[in-house]
Design a protein. Structure first.
Length: 278
């Protein structure tokens, strides 16, 4: 069992942080890598990118949003409880180097994935400008941590309930218009990554995105996480999860993510009914 040593509700009672005892993973994991978690014998295997780690304590931290049956099951786990399985670190780590000026753009729970990458770019000697956003103030996470590892931090909410009203792409355009940018890192909802990549393509700025396709085994054997990048089929679990944002077929990715939407909705509704939730 992989014990939960710290649990926090981060936003709107739907975004949960778990710090988990996993010393072997904590000793090897790098920014950008992920783990696959399974709550119990009958649970699904769910991939989550590591949002932080403490090698001395032997812990890793993951942050997830409750969106379906499996994450609803995760939410029932309290401090002292544990996951039956945590497998990792998986995927290729982020290529971190000193480039000059790096802009890190995060949306929703993608900010949790972005945080260790932002920190690593800052520690490598880059000037880091971060732009984070959420639908509203209640769903915004890790503002303080992102600010601590950034030279400048811009905060947006779609509804204007906090920070600047509007989308992260609007702030990104202003940054690109007024600064020489050596690389952009964008992590969040697929539409956000798509439009960030379209914008940076026009500015000829290298852009890296982290993809979240359907995934099962995490070893490249099942093919469930295949994505189209350029003229090639890649597997996010072993070739990624990070790819050149200018080459990703986002429409294909969104179509694949919607493949089991109705089944997932039904499973979630049945689980909530069985648990007595509204």
């Amino acid at each position: 069992m992989f014990r939960i040593v710290r649990r926090e509700t981060m936003a709107d009672d739907t975004i949960i942080l778990n710090e988990i005892e996993a010393p072997k993973i904590a000793a090897k994991a790098k920014p950008g890598q992920f783990v696959i978690l399974k709550a119990n014998e009958t649970g699904e295997r769910i991939p989550l990118t590591i949002s932080d780690l403490d090698a001395e304590r032997g812990t890793i931290t993951v942050i997830y949003m409750v969106v379906g049956k499996s994450t609803a099951l995760f939410k029932t786990l309290a401090e002292g409880d544990g996951y039956q399985n945590v497998i990792g670190p998986l995927g290729k780590p982020t290529d971190i180097e000193k480039l000059g000026r790096v802009v890190c753009v995060g949306g929703g729970t993608g900010i949790a994935v972005l945080f260790p990458i932002t920190r690593a770019f800052k520690e490598a000697g880059n000037e880091v400008i971060s732009i984070i956003g959420a639908r509203n103030k209640d769903l915004l996470i890790l503002e303080e941590k992102m600010g601590a590892v950034s030279d400048a931090l811009h905060v947006c909410t779609d509804d204007g309930s906090y920070g600047r009203k509007g989308f992260v792409t609007e702030v990104l355009k202003e940054v690109l218009d007024n600064n020489k940018v050596d690389q952009v890192v964008a992590i969040g909802p697929v539409p956000m990554m798509k439009f960030v990549s379209k914008m940076t393509y026009d500015y000829n700025v290298k852009t890296m995105v982290s993809l979240n396709p359907i995934m099962i085994d995490g070893t490249g054997m099942c093919g469930g996480c295949r994505v189209s990048v350029g003229d090639e089929t890649k597997f996010a679990c072993v070739d990624g999860p990070e790819f050149d944002g200018h080459k990703v077929d986002y429409d294909n990715l969104m179509q694949r993510l919607r493949a089991y939407e109705e089944d997932e909705k039904k499973a979630y509704e049945e689980y909530c009914k069985a648990q007595g939730y509204k």
